[in-house]
Each structure stands twice: as structure tokens, then as C-alpha cells.
Design a protein around this ligand. Structure first.
Ligand SMILES: Nc1ncnc2c1ncn2[C@@H]1O[C@H](COP(=O)(O)OP(=O)(O)O)[C@@H](O)[C@H]1O
Ligand SMILES: [Mg+2]
Length: 367
């Protein structure tokens, strides 16, 4: 068991790419921490520096209480699982899982016990005699995880381990990784570009972009209180709707004026938005916070937005309505029974207690 600490860690590759720029975070003992961000943002580089597979230019990394900057990968007591599994094709599943222990000269009986135990946990007992070419992608990934488990490392590192699986298998393996974490009670650091994986697996999530950390928080805090427009747009599906407009005052009350409609602020938000009166502001609202007025019993008239239906995507339990106001498009997620017509003008209700405002210059959250 161990905590992992990164302090102002930077990495510039030969050729001048600054892949990671003064990254700091702490992973608690037994925590499941997810690094998430778009492709190329420095997730793998960060993980590989923790693993000792990549040199660090600046900063310090601790595993447990030990500074590991100069400690070789094999002595860091970590195990890593990769996207491409990295199994030896000529070895059976058993031999693949046993290989690392054999190298470290573990007794044969101990190796057998550990491989059997891991195979049990992962439900792959019956295919231990098969080679990677003779099993499915999901089973291969289990063998790769098994190879990490048998080492009983202080920290597990995962680099996009589910990306090569089909959608259904990905969902299944995601749940199994969750169970595995509960069962093993070991510190895990998990890298993915998929915000759904991040939200469903992480105790806490580190959101990165261009080598820099934007926010570290638990999933619900990230979703409800993103620190800036990037985090707001990256976390959540469909992404948050954004609209440019101005803050205006009408009869002593503050409104967001989109240009073709206006909606009234709730009292709790007015103090922070007062400085923007008469100025441009960026408005954000999630698709589930927009309702079809037809299904709202008491819609406040000042929160109603007239818009035209452009596309209807029935998802079964809910429907995505792609809407257009005069100046913006936005997506509303409404109940599965709601079926307006394409090109129909309908009244939408914005839940103004759930909206977000961002400074248009800095893109930081205002409220
Ligand atoms: N070995 C390398 N040499 C040079 N540049 C690299 C190398 N590996 C990664 N990079 C660059 O560093 C940046 C971060 O890469 P990476 O950590 O792999 O991102 P991610 O895992 O988030 O997709 C990218 O711009 C990438 O092109
Ligand atoms: Mg990567």
C-alpha cells in the first residue's frame, strides 16, 4: 500500500515538446485516481514518469515516503497495464502471468498460488493454457491485468487499458476494474481520454490539457462546479451548451441577454455577476437542465426560451433535441415520451438555478 506524490513535475522531450508542465498531485493510499484529458495532453508521459519508464526533467516523485526520481522502474514496486496488453505471444496465459515472478526468482509453488488466485479473481482459470492468439480481446486484457495482480504491487498504473475493446466489453471491464479496486484495496492511477470512464472509475479525477492540470476533484464536484470552460465542456455528455451574450439589468433585476432571448438570474448568482452588468459574458447550461415547457407544470415566464427543433435523437429512456434559437444551437435532454416535430417551434424552460457563467476573456468560472 502506498501513496504517490508528484511535485512540480515537468517533462520536455528531445525536440522541444513540453509534454508535462509543473504537474503536482497526491494520490492517497488505496485511492483510485484517474488522469483524463484529450489525446496528447501528457497523461501517458505523466504515468510513465511515475513508473520510471521516462526520465523527469524537473520536480520530484514520491512513492510511499521514498523519493523515486533516481530509482529504476523495476525497484519501484509498481505494476503497469497497457492499452495494447503487451503479452508475449509465444507464452500461455499462465506463463505470461508467471513471467515477472519467475524473473524475480520466486519459488515455483508461490508462483502457482499467486497465478491461480489472480485467475480466480479475473474469471480466467479455464484459459490459462492458451496463448494470447487463442483468446478474445477482453480475455487478453484480463491476462494483462492478472500479470499485474500477481506482483502484489504497492501501486497499479493503467494506461487506457480498455481502449482496444468494443463498447460492450468496455462497460463490462469497467465494472470489473471497479470491483477489483474494492477487492484489492490498492492505490491505482488510471489514464484515459474517455470522460465516462473517468467519472465512473475515479475516486478523484485530474483533468489535464496541454501538459497542465486544470482541476482535481471528485466526479460530482467536477460536474457541478467546473473551474473553467474547458473542464465544463470536457466533462459530461452531451457536452455543456455555451452561449455568448451580455449581462443586462431590467427593472432592477439582472438578466442574461443572448441577443434573441433573455433569462433571469436566480438571486444567489447576482452578487458575483454584478461586475459584468452591461458587459459580454459566456453562459453555460447542461442539456438535462433544459425542459420542454409542455412537461413543466409551473414554468416561470422569465425563463422560457423559444427555439426550433432541428434534429431529434430518440435514445429510448430519453430524447436529445437539437434546438436552434436565433443566435445559438443547443441540445436539450428530455423524457423519452417527448416527441415534437422537426422544424417545430417550441418553448423550452431553462433551470436557472443550475446554469454556469464564465468570463469570456479568461474562460474561468464566475459562478
Ligand atoms: N517519445 C516522445 N518523443 C517526443 N514527443 C513525445 C514522445 N512521447 C510523447 N510525445 C509528445 O508529448 C505530448 C504528450 O504525449 P502523451 O503523454 O503521450 O499524451 P496522452 O497520453 O495524453 O495522449 C504529445 O505532444 C506527444 O506528441
Ligand atoms: Mg496516452
Amino acid at each position: 500500500m502506498a501513496q504517490v506524490v508528484l511535485k512540480d513535475v515537468s517533462k520536455t522531450y528531445n525536440g522541444g515538446v513540453k509534454a508535462v508542465d509543473r504537474v503536482s498531485f497526491e494520490v492517497q493510499d488505496r485511492e483510485f485516481l484517474v488522469l483524463v484529458g484529450p489525446s496528447g495532453c501528457g497523461k501517458s508521459t505523466t504515468l510513465r514518469m511515475v513508473a520510471g519508464l521516462e526520465e523527469i526533467n524537473e520536480g520530484r516523485i514520491y512513492i510511499g515516503d521514498r523519493l523515486v526520481n533516481e530509482v529504476p522502474a523495476k525497484d519501484r514496486n509498481i505494476a503497469m497495464v497497457f492499452q495494447n496488453y503487451a503479452l508475449y505471444p509465444h507464452m500461455t496465459a499462465y506463463e505470461n502471468m508467471a513471467f515477472g515472478l519467475k524473473l524475480r526468482k520466486y519459488p515455483k509453488a508461490e508462483i502457482a498460488t499467486r497465478v491461480k488466485e489472480a485467475a480466480e479473481i479475473l474469471g480466467i482459470k479455464d484459459l490459462l493454457h492458451r496463448r494470447p492468439g487463442e483468446i478474445s480481446g477482453g480475455e487478453r486484457q484480463r491476462v494483462a491485468v492478472g500479470r499485474a495482480i500477481v506482483r502484489k504491487p504497492a501501486v497499479f498504473l493503467f494506461d487506457e487499458p480498455l481502449s482496444n475493446l468494443d463498447a460492450k466489453m468496455r462497460v463490462q471491464m469497467r465494472a470489473e476494474l471497479n470491483k477489483l479496486h474494492i477487492r484489492l484495496q490498492t492505490t491505482m492511477i488510471y489514464v484515459t481520454h474517455d470522460q465516462v470512464e473517468a467519472m465512473t472509475l475515479g475516486n478523484r479525477i485530474v483533468v489535464m490539457k496541454d501538459g497542465v492540470i486544470h482541476q482535481i476533484a471528485d466526479p460530482i464536484t467536477l460536474y457541478d462546479h467546473p473551474v473553467n470552460q474547458f473542464v465544463a465542456s470536457f466533462i459530461g455528455n452531451p457536452p455543456m451548451n455555451f452561449m455568448n451574450g451580455r449581462m443586462i439589468r431590467v427593472d432592477s433585476k439582472l438578466y442574461f441577454d443572448e441577443g434573441s432571448f433573455r433569462v433571469k438570474l436566480v438571486d444567489e448568482m447576482t452578487a458575483k455577476l454584478m461586475p459584468y452588468e452591461g458587459k459580454p459574458i459566456l453562459f453555460g447550461i447542461r442539456s438535462e437542465d433544459i425542459y420542454d415547457k409542455l412537461f413543466v407544470s409551473l414554468a416561470p415566464p422569465e425563463n422560457i426560451v423559444k427555439a426550433t427543433v432541428e434534429i431529434i435523437e430518440p435514445m429510448g429512456s430519453e430524447v436529445y433535441l437539437y434546438m436552434r434559437s436565433k443566435r445559438h444551437t443547443f441540445i436539450a435532454r428530455v423524457g423519452g415520451h417527448d416527441r415534437p416535430e422537426v422544424n417545430q417551434d417550441i418553448d423550452m424552460v431553462f433551470d436557472m438555478s443550475r446554469v454556469h457563467f464564465f468570463d469570456p476573456e479568461t474562460e474561468e468560472t464566475v459562478v
